[in-house]
Design a binder for this molecule. Structure first.
Ligand code: FAD
Length: 385
């Protein structure tokens, strides 16, 4: 193996997790002398998604935030809530802006190297050998954002709910959108009693992302999304003419599969492949920041990077929620009605950010107290032992 193909750290995957981790290393002088490679077959030049997240005050990505909002709407057939976000702001970032920003920052440092290659295998026999389609590399430690094989072979033992969606960025001639508030969930257009809703991000008075999203054990044909989007745009937004500028289609696995068990002292699973996408929400942008900080702090303390990375208490709560959604999908509307109407914004966001105390968790659980959750609690408790 040639010396130039040896690295202190190799990051597999230049997606959200890989690039946030690399930027974390870049910012910390501790890693200034480390030779770091980022391997991905993609040059990341396409805007493949919009990442949204909430945070308090200013954040480290503000220079690339595309649009932000301070008020959220929640609608179902029974309730309508306009929720001021108080200290929080909901922010959206176009993935292309994030990729461009991260690549430009990382290219300023000589210790980072981008390699266009697809990793086939990691051999952990005597040293760590990373076999790519074009070349082989060695490293002291690998951060791997690929989905582990075990997920495909063993996932039937765990809960899986698909967060699947199709959205259009639409443009109108005249001002039509209230660009100061976004629609978190509108359940009035749900499909056959399933947990499905419309999500709207107005980017300006004439442009918005309108998305039809399901949290269901099965996926649907594309016509189902199209019918709901057309229906919503015609009946709710009252638009007859508009242009579709972009289409976003996605499927995020909401699962309690223990991805983190695949990490070792030499290989740390990161991103979706490390279980960083929150099982109960499908969000991971903000969580990724925390995981990156924890990894950096572990390394600096001489611990294994994956040491204590995962908060098992919140994984347990996520598993209960997924159990309910998987078995009684029609309960989703009731769950979100209770969640949004009975808790403060601060408690809800901190709970979803995995920052609440046990006393605050109880408060949230009281708002969802029902036989359905009690049964799910015992089923998951039995499984987690
Ligand atoms: C359409 C969509 C919208 C989403 N919106 C949000 C949102 O609004 N908010 C939020 O918090 N989360 C959102 N998510 C969930 C989550 O944040 C994203 O999926 C996020 O991109 C996950 O980060 P990641 O690094 O694990 O994966 P990715 O960003 O997908 O990156 C993985 C990288 O690994 C590379 N790779 C794969 N195989 C190999 C290989 N063999 N060798 C080398 N490289 C490889 C890929 O090319 C890719 O660049 C969304 C997900 C999707 C799919």
């Amino acid at each position: 193996m040639q010396k130039e193909n040896h690295f202190d750290y190799i990051i597999i995957g230049n997606g959200l997790a890989g690039l946030q981790l690399a930027l974390g290393f870049l910012k910390d002088p501790f890693f200034g002398s480390k030779k770091i490679a980022l391997i991905d077959p993609s040059t990341k030049t396409i805007n493949d998604k919009t990442w949204s997240f909430w945070e308090q005050g200013q954040g480290q990505w503000d220079s690339i935030v595309y649009k932000s909002w301070n008020k959220a709407l929640f609608k179902s057939r029974d309730i309508e809530l306009s929720i001021p976000l108080e200290d929080y702001t909901y922010k959206s970032i176009r993935s292309i802006d994030f990729y461009e920003f991260a690549k430009a920052e990382l290219k300023t440092a000589s210790n980072f190297q981008f390699i266009l290659d697809e990793v086939q295998e990691i051999k952990t026999t005597s040293n760590l050998e990373i076999i790519g389609s074009k070349n082989s590399y060695t490293s002291n430690h690998v951060f791997d954002s690929r989905i582990p094989e075990a997920y495909f072979s063993k996932s039937s033992n765990y809960s899986l709910v698909h967060q699947h969606f199709k959205g259009w960025v639409i443009k109108t001639e005249q001002p039509n959108f209230h660009s100061k508030e976004f629609t978190m969930m509108d359940y009035r257009f749900n499909y056959k009693n399933s947990t499905s809703f419309i999500y709207v991000l107005p980017f300006s008075e004439t442009e918005a992302l309108v998305e039809f999203t399901f949290f269901t054990p099965n996926t649907v044909e594309e016509e189902i999304y199209d019918a709901a989007l057309n229906d919503y745009i015609k009946k709710e937004l009252k638009l007859e003419t508009y242009k579709i500028l972009e289409t976003e289609i996605g499927n995020i696995s909401m699962t309690d599969f223990p991805f983190w068990d695949e990490s070792t002292n030499k290989v740390t699973k990161i991103g979706t492949g490390g279980g960083w996408v929150k099982g109960s929400t499908g969000y991971s942008f903000k969580h990724t920041e925390k995981y990156v900080q924890k990894i950096i702090s572990n390394i600096k303390q001489g611990k294994s990077p994956s040491f204590n990375l995962i908060n098992k208490k919140f994984k347990f709560y996520d598993a209960i929620f997924l159990d309910v959604l998987k078995r009684q999908n029609e309960k989703g509307i009731w769950i979100f009605e209770q969640f949004y109407s009975k808790n403060s914004v601060d408690t809800m966001f901190r709970f979803l950010d995995e920052e609440t105390s046990f006393a605050e968790d109880i408060q949230i659980m009281k708002s969802l107290f029902s036989m359905t959750f009690i049964k799910a609690f015992f089923r998951v408790l039995f499984r987690f032992q």
